[in-house]
Design a protein around this ligand. Structure first.
Ligand code: NAG
Ligand code: NAG
Ligand code: NAG
Ligand code: NAG
Length: 399
């Protein structure tokens, strides 16, 4: 409800404006643009002027706001924008400054002041708040964690009295960066430092203007938006596989082995790099990573494959290359095959062992047969025979 502060004195009465006198239009005439000039109101299909009695900042502010012209820089009195040529609508209008339309303000009737076109009320508004333009100052839009991004926010046609520029991230209410400016500055640089992955997203800027009276701030509409990407690559893991008989940390010369690099992330166009650090230099292998892991195969291990292996993940985004940290070193040594464990040696050992066991068995049997109760002379002869038999038995076994 519009307020009406009236002191009922002799000859003074108070009426609610909107209850009595609605109107169909509001304009500013005679100024440089539609945001400054003589105040005119459309009533009964006729434009009429407003008398400047009691015309001040509060009233001017309501007019600027209603016209979308920012805030009132100053109210004018005494036909500052030339005299009107129409009827004079009302002598004394009074606003609190919180109305959204002049039609909600009160009008004080009954004043016996004289009103002519010498007393036309006017206003100079700050002008409508145009969209600012956001642009990149940084040469790219993809960043890694910890870097800074630099934007510029620019007003093409704008009011003076700009107080702050704000950088907003979509979906976040409070501005991430606020930049206070000198008056009449139309371009600022907004820097967001120490980027984290949650900073990835869409950004826009706004500016604020300070109203004189009542003291208030107006926000401009948001600018165009710009997306930025923040890349944080995890350190990959890796392991190796080789023949089962190789001791841990080694591969057998001539055997195949595989090293698998793996990460938890997946970016299009990424690759894994495997770096081998040897005593006499470094070798690099690279493979595209269509999946979050990739296997480097080595068909035949050689001494030149010996050393410390490291994996890293590499991504190309927005014309930049991003590289993860290297994995922990994976030491691999190349061993000669163990001669004792070669298959040929094993089969040779098995047949030799069989031969020895059989020989011992035959000797024991022969001894048992020959050790019957005999005369020592006979025994001696028997023993020789037994030994001869054993030789025969052994020869048979050999065959
Ligand atoms: C920014 O990203 C959003 C979704 O992530 C997308 O809808 C929008 O079109 C992008 N805007 C620009 C300017 O690239
Ligand atoms: C390869 O080695 C890894 C780690 O030592 C092991 O988990 C995996 O089962 C092995 N894969 C094959 C096919 O042997
Ligand atoms: C290494 O990878 C190759 C090709 O995928 C495969 O044929 C071979 O069996 C693997 N070797 C080991 C020891 O896992
Ligand atoms: C390093 O040594 C390996 C064998 O141990 C050899 O094959 C390779 O050519 C050497 N590299 C350089 C750069 O000398």
């Amino acid at each position: 409800m519009p307020s009406c502060l009236c002191i009922l004195l002799t000859g003074l009465s108070c009426v609610l404006w909107n209850a009595v006198m609605g109107f169909d239009g509001l304009r500013l005439v005679g100024g440089d643009d539609e945001c400054s000039g003589r105040v005119e109101v459309l009533r009964h299909k006729q434009w009429v002027t407003v008398c400047d009695h009691g015309w001040g900042f509060r009233e001017a502010h309501v007019v600027c706001l209603e016209l979308g012209c920012g805030f009132a820089e100053y109210p004018t009195q005494g036909q500052a924008f030339g005299p009107g040529s129409t009827a004079i609508w009302i002598k004394h209008v009074q606003c609190s400054g919180h109305e959204s339309s002049l039609s909600q303000c009160s009008v004080i009737l009954g004043s016996d002041l004289q009103c002519t076109h010498q007393n036309d009320a006017g206003v100079k508004c700050s002008g409508s708040l145009f969209k600012p333009t956001l642009a990149m100052v940084s040469p790219h839009t993809v960043f890694s964690v910890g870097e800074s991004v630099r934007f510029s926010c620019h007003i093409l046609v704008g009011p003076s009295h700009v107080s702050d520029f704000h950088l907003h991230k979509d979906g976040v209410l409070t501005p991430l960066v606020t930049q206070r400016v000198e008056q009449s500055q139309s371009r600022v640089e907004l820097t967001l430092s120490d980027l984290e992955t949650f900073h990835q997203g869409s950004y826009s800027c706004r500016y604020m203007i300070k109203g004189n009276f009542p003291a208030h701030l107006l926000h401009s509409p948001p600018s165009n938006s710009i997306n930025i990407t923040v890349v944080d690559l995890l350190t990959p893991q890796h392991w190796y596989n080789t023949s089962l008989d190789a001791p841990p940390g080694s591969v057998i010369r001539g055997h195949n082995f595989n090293i698998t690099c793996s990460t938890l992330q997946q970016y299009p166009g990424a690759s894994f790099q495997l770096r081998l650090v040897r005593t006499n230099g470094t070798v690099r292998h690279s493979l595209p990573a269509p999946a979050p892991f990739v296997t480097f195969t080595f068909p035949s291990a050689q001494t030149s494959d010996e050393g410390y292996y490291y994996c890293l993940y590499r991504v190309q985004l927005g014309g930049r290359t991003f590289v993860s940290r290297e994995s922990q070193p994976l030491p691999i040594s190349v061993r000669d095959p163990d001669p004792l464990l070669s298959p040929l040696m094993i089969s040779w050992l098995v047949s030799a062992l069989t031969f020895v066991i059989a020989a011992i068995f035959i000797l024991i049997v022969a001894k048992f047969l020959c050790n019957k109760q005999k005369k020592p002379s006979e025994l001696a002869r028997e023993t020789r025979t037994c030994v001869d038999n054993t030789y025969v038995a052994l020869s048979i076994n050999k065959l």
